[in-house]
Structure formats: C-alpha cells, structure tokens
Design a protein. Sequence first.
Length: 247
Amino acid sequence: MSGHSKWHNIQARKGKQDAAKGRVFTKIGKEIMVAAKEGGGNPETNSKLKDLIAKAKAANMPMDTINRAIKRGTGESGDVNYEEITYEGYGPNGVALIVNTLTENKNRTASDVRHTFERSGGSLGATGCVSWMFERKGIIVVEKKDGIDEDELMMMAVDAGADDFTPDDDVYEITTSAEDFSSVRQALEDKGIEFISAEVSMVPNTTVSLDNESAEKVEKLIDRLEEYDDVQNVWHNADFPDGWGEE
C-alpha cells in the first residue's frame, strides 16, 4: 500500500494548489450534483451525498458552493446531464491506469483521454483490461500532527471497522471495505478527526516500481489527465520512488 500512500502525499500537496485554481471544487461539485440527482438532496437519507460532502469539506470547499451543487443536482437551479464513463489503459513502464469521468459529451472526452494516453507513451485498452488488478476500498488519509496520538487513532479506526491502518511519512492511511467506508468515516468524524482526503478508491493489488525517469513520465500523464474538467479520478498501480514529489 506504500505506493498508494506516497501518491496521496503528492496529491495532498497538489490538491492545495489545485484548490486555489478551483479545479478540485469543480470536480467535487459535479460528483455532488450527480449524487443529489440520483438519491435526493438530503444527506441523512443519501449516504453517497453525505460522503461527498465530507470529501468537499476535507478540500475546504465552502458550504455555499456545496449547497449550490446540491440544488443543481435536485433541479432547483438548472438541470444536470452528466454521464459516468470509465476508461482503462496502460501508461509508461506498464503502469495500469483507470480514468473515471463525468461528461456531457462522451465523444469529446473519449478523444481527449485517448490522445493524452498516446502522447504520453501509453495506450487505452478495452473495459476490464486493468480493473481486475484493483479492488474498491475506502481510503481515509489523516495528517500526522500534534494532538493526534498514533495508537489512539489506530484503535479508533479498528473499533469503527477499518481493515488496515498504515503510518506512512507524514500521514496515516486508514483502509476500509467499500461497504464500511461511510460508517468508519462518520465514526472518526464524530470523534473530531479531520481528513486530508476520504473517499472510495480503486486500490491496486500489486504495484509497479518506478525509477525517477519513469516516475516523471507517469506523473506527467496523470497530471495531463487530471487537467480535463471531465476527469474525476485517476487511479493507478504506480509505486513512486521514496521522497518523490517532496519540495
């Protein structure tokens, strides 16, 4: 799981930069809209929406922005017609990638994703070509800082139903089953734990170790994919070198 944790460290730093550009808010806002459209605008009766609101708060998304997204999703202020499409393929050095999108124009999105893979030395594959290497899991990332005792946090997580607890560099990574994610996240939130990120992800069962040269190529591919507004998540099985992405 160490490669996954390292990428979360990189993503946490990038997330602060992206948030300044509004990119993170745009992506989470779309997810909130779709969740509200599909399951209603009340987070107490829509667990997916409740999880996404927690994700939005972890990214410091203002409540006014969250509420606007919910209203759009429920049709109170405009209609939402996003379609979820997932692409799979291989990047440099044989790294497997899953690209999750929400789009209003699937032809445009397919073209953009395919072009990005090809210009980065990768290739798109058929549905299922790499997803068999991954498993849906809840991933909760907590920053190591004063006031958080490692043993106490681990016991909180285990008591709440977490499957694994991993200290890694400057974060703690808590892993749950996809089914138990909501209850574990809620239990930790109720105890005042703040998250860097909290979401259900596609976690690789095996990873591909990268040297610095390969890591740079893979990171560029991921960056290019994430620049598209239609791309919500990019999951991969790359294990980045120790210290990669640190300033």
